[in-house]
Design a protein around this ligand. Structure first.
Ligand code: DGJ
Length: 744
């Protein structure tokens, strides 16, 4: 890993074994992007990539005889108003109304390792793992200092970018936008992939060719959202899961975001990533500063799986500060789909007892344990136990559950309040909303104004009273609505433009305080399912509830899409009852388990309602997961093999880092009558290694299928008999195999 500084030509070249990222200081001091992609040798002619010629309508940005126009130059951090004319990365508004700014190179620093951001979750790396470059630009008229930060990781095809602005001047200005990253490509022969959806169908994969103009995804909901994830990729037309170029971009942030591609009339492709400039206006007072979240840029020349491997390795090793980040995740039973609000202590203890009998390790008490919370109309915000339901309190209950050999976990939704609650009655001013307008509710709840310190403090004090006195090992932090009427009561007009970001800072602050006070607790983030499934919260919560949709077949799509960016260990996945609560669909218990194995595994139903035969399957599933979870969640590399979006069926495999073991899964959608041959081709194996392949039915003993070389399994494939799928239930049947290298 190197950062080359060509002082004579003003070129910077960040390079490791996989990638090169190159830009230069132009005449006049603005930065020009030169190249990002597969590694190239360092050389002293990169500056010649700069092309200049007079074009009609080009605005020349330097004195004559220069003909330099920013419109025809890939800009490393474009500003508004100097002739670039495309989406800017920074916007400064002066009190006289001027929107013009101009940032020119001042100095730079290179150092080993990586700094963390001051106010936001960010990636970390040791001095051996990464190198960083900070380029400092100045707007001399206003005395504003803009720092562009770049970190290149030694062993990953990853560059992490962020930006920071300091107002050293005497004039207060308004920061209208500060993106994390802007990246220009001198071509547009790409297709774009994004992850979009809604509640219950989060992170579906969409792919389409770029066209001239603007395309992209965004959130203006106050959360990264179920509708669009802060991710996008640019790929070649011919790129598949296993081959071809892919550029992946992901924002380490949980609030409003913009992930946009703009293709100019000259086929210049600009990728913009950052906090959404809509509903954002930061009062950058003289002497103050603002930092953007980090943007992760990944390059792969071995397909989408290669891109995902980089994201997974980065997020497994360089963001979460939790002690749980690299630990096997406990197998849990969550009571939500089993009881919803309708439970008693007796019922909970009976559910926990059964969970303990089958070998689970953690019992999670979901919504409904506090305040007067018997439905979703009341109680949110009152974080004290409901003794009518739970006479022993959380303290007593948690200890009883621990006595059964289980750990105990608790659900909270700290950012919300019902109007029918003690908290709202005593602090009506705590909710977000414009007092002169209707305040929209959603699920009968309102958003607490986390931009206010006193609100965060109040919630913190309530929660620690519960957490301090009970035996709590896990917390599920839910968030069940988006922000409407974004207005912070009692604050001035300037604060309102800052509100959406300040809200997120409040959320991170509460996470920071709780995770510091309770370092042993495993936090799981959740937002009506997977509406805040992003890298920002990963710092605190190393796993997230992937979706409220627990149907095994729907999960093939949701988990497939999610895996494009996020590691398996981050995806909470539970076996639930049939008919499925969301779709009324019947899927085999074995398939429900098989899908949930590829995640932070658990159950979400009343096990007491299962037959003996089903309980025997559950016990085998739990034994299997205990045996393979270290491989699946921690050590293994995850490969997507068959896309449910393209084929209706799912194929995936996790291969151990030494390629000696693997777990692979085939899930079929609808059954086929009199169908064609089915060859299930694997990936990631050692071509020369002989693997013993075992089929796990969970109803009978494991069955050794045979021994095959890695190249056989990858090129010819495992034979799957359609009759076997029919016998396994037909629609939504699945087959799970393990592979083990034969000892030579
Ligand atoms: C939404 C979550 O996604 C569910 O798992 C559950 O916790 C409910 N909220 C409880 O209200």
């Amino acid at each position: 890993m190197f950062i080359y500084e060509h002082r004579d030509t003003g070129v910077f070249h960040l390079q490791n074994a996989f990638i090169s990222y190159i830009f230069k200081v132009m005449d006049g001091g603005a930065l020009e992007h030169l190249y990002y992609g597969k590694r190239v040798h360092d050389c002293d002619i990169f500056h010649l990539l700069h092309e200049e010629k007079m074009r009609s309508c080009g605005a020349v940005c330097l004195e004559e005889p220069s003909i330099q126009s920013l419109e025809f130059t890939p800009n490393e951090f474009p500003v508004y108003g100097t002739g670039d004319f495309k989406t800017p990365a920074i916007g400064i508004k002066r009190s006289n109304g001027s929107l013009v700014s101009s940032f020119v190179y001042d100095h730079h620093v290179v150092y080993d390792g990586k700094k963390e951001l001051e106010s936001l979750p960010s990636l970390y790396a040791t001095e051996d793992e990464a190198m960083s470059l900070e380029v400092v630009l100045k707007d001399s008229l206003l005395n504003l200092e803009l720092t562009l930060s770049y970190t290149i990781f030694k062993d990953l095809p990853v560059v992490v970018r962020s930006s920071r602005i300091v107002n050293h001047g005497v004039e207060d200005v308004c920061l209208d936008r500060l993106l994390s990253s802007s990246l220009d490509f001198k071509e547009s022969a790409f297709e774009m992939i994004d992850l979009v959806g809604a509640w219950g169908r989060e992170r579906y994969v969409e792919r389409f060719p770029l066209r001239t103009g603007i395309q992209g995804v965004q959130s203006l909901r106050g959360a990264s959202s179920a509708e669009a994830n802060p991710f996008m990729a640019l790929v070649r037309k011919e790129t598949t899961e296993s081959q071809g170029e892919a550029y992946g971009f992901n924002l380490v942030y949980s609030g409003n975001f913009l992930a946009q591609v703009e293709v100019s009339s000259f086929a210049l492709t600009r990728v913009s990533l950052g906090i959404h400039p809509e509903m954002f206006a930061w009062d950058l007072k003289a002497g103050s500063s603002f930092e953007s979240p980090e943007a992760v840029c990944v390059y792969s020349d071995c397909g989408l799986n290669g891109m995902s491997h980089a994201f997974h390795a980065l997020y497994k090793g360089h963001i979460s500060r939790s002690v749980w980040a690299n630990r096997e995740r406990p197998i849990l039973l969550n009571n939500w789909e089993g009881t919803e609000f309708d439970f008693t202590e007796e019922k909970i203890l009976a559910m926990a007892k059964k969970a303990s009998d089958v070998g689970a390790e953690l019992f999670v008490l979901d919504d409904g344990w506090f305040g007067v919370r018997n439905n979703d109309r009341a109680g949110l915000g009152d974080w004290f136990v409901n003794y009518d339901k739970l006479p022993s309190g959380i303290d007593g209950l948690s200890k009883k559950i621990e006595a059964m050999g289980l750990k105990f976990g608790l659900w909270i939704e700290p950012e919300m309040v019902n109007k029918d609650s003690d908290l709202y009655r005593s602090h009506p001013d705590y909710i977000v909303g414009d007092p002169e307008r209707f305040e929209s509710h959603s699920r009968h709840q309102h958003v607490l104004d986390f931009s206010k310190k006193e609100v965060v403090d109040c919630v913190y004090e309530m929660l620690i009273k519960v957490f301090d006195t009970a035996a709590i090992s896990y917390v599920k932090w839910d968030m069940n609505r988006y922000i409407t009427e974004p207005y912070s009561k009692g604050h001035d007009g300037k604060w309102q433009g800052e509100f959406m970001h300040r809200y997120m800072l409040g959320v991170y602050e509460l996470y920071e305080r709780l995770t510091k006070r309770y370092p042993h607790i495993l936090f799981e983030s959740c937002a009506s399912g997977g509406a805040r499934f992003d890298a920002g919260l990963l710092k605190y919560a190393p796993q997230a509830w992937t979706s409220d949709d627990t149907d095994a077949y729907e999960r093939t799509k949701i988990q497939y899409g999610t895996s494009l960016v996020y590691p398996v260990s981050m995806m909470s996945a539970h076996v639930s009852a049939v008919p499925n609560h969301q779709l009324n669909r019947m899927t085999p218990l074995v398939t429900r388990g098989n899908m949930a194995f590829f995640g932070a595994f658990g159950y979400e139903l009343d096990l007491n309602l299962l037959s003996e035969e089903e309980i025997s399957i559950v016990k085998k599933q739990i034994q299997f997961m205990k045996q393979y979870r270290s491989l699946i969640q921690l050590d293994g590399k995850f490969y997507r093999l068959l896309s449910p979006f393209e084929t209706g069926n799912l194929g995936q495999i996790v291969v151990s880092s030494d390629q000696k073991e693997a777990v692979c899964l085939y899930v079929q959608g609808l059954n086929t009558v009199n169908g064609s041959w089915l060859r299930f081709k694997l990936d990631g194996l050692d071509a020369d290694c002989l693997y013993k392949v075992t089929y796990h039915s969970f109803t009978k003993d494991e069955e050794v299928i045979g021994s095959f070389y890695g190249d056989y399994l990858m090129r010819i494939g495992l034979v799957i008999e359609r009759d076997d799928l029919t016998a396994l239930g037909g629609d939504f049947a699945s087959m799970l195999f393990t592979l083990k290298a034969e000892v030579a």
